[in-house]
Design a protein around this ligand. Sequence first.
Ligand code: GRG
Length: 300
Amino acid sequence: MSAIEAVDSDFNTLLRRKAQAINYILQQLLASHQIKDDLKEAMRYTLFSPGKRIRSAIVLWCCEVVGGKINRNAEVAAAAIEMVHTYSLIHDDLPAMDNDDLRRGQPTCHKAFDEATAILTGDALLTLAFEILAKEIDGAELAAKLVGELAEAAGPSGMVAGQLADLKTEGKTGSEEILKFIHTNKTAKMFRCAAAMGAICGGAGQKEYELLCEYGLKTGLGFQIADDILDVSASSEQLGKTAGKDDKAAKCTYPAVVGLKKAKELERKLAEEAKAILKPFGKRADILRQLATALTERTS
Ligand code: GRG
């Protein structure tokens, strides 16, 4: 095994462990809410399907990097961002949006249930995320800050705007400028938000907060470019979702607009820039460096 593979497999083990911890937190939070069985079943269906849990792991790791350990607030914030992310996947797969049958290796929510259930399941996860932030975070000021971060990243100044731009540019010749807008808003701002929430929960000062936000933004953009590349180079089995869809739908992606070679260069450049931002944190940010590297090497 090469040194790079050794680091990588170490990282994957660490990510898997974090994913297990996050699943446990999500289970607890869901169990503590009175939700009608049929809705709970649909919420659990996509929430507990095998997602990588990257955004929630970033929350926990950033809290650890800043504050030395994970606290309950970070756990709640991690669960909240995972719920919002899952809502976005359920809605993205709907016929009115990307119209997909496969997600996380299983039928999409609207295929397993029906469209109305999928819409409401997404709505339920989105609103539950903000309920747990409002009720479970220790400290009203902290809760308000976290609500603000997540709403800004997921809402009309973030993911929703990115998703609409993505859908509207289908079939049109995209420019690098439009592409950067879509990817930054659709994906990178949620990564930035994960880093920001972790930093806030860990008690970061302004400078540390800003550095981690910048790290999250660059990592998120790199992650989405990797996603574009995987869409043209990996199989549906590897991805757990339908491969080659971007090309079929004539999506505005990095390989389509700048070509595969430049897309790969850009992805690596962003990972290097993200790691450089972490310099002031020294060795304690090694896990975030490994994450930036791993995202450029991922196969699913
Ligand atoms: C419905 C408002 C709204 C937005 C949808 C998330 C999203 C925006 C669309 C999903 C399609 C897509 C390619 C989004 C870019 C972000 C992305 C790569 C999502 C998949 O994230 P992973 O790979 O998924 O972390 P898992 O399943 O591992 O959690």
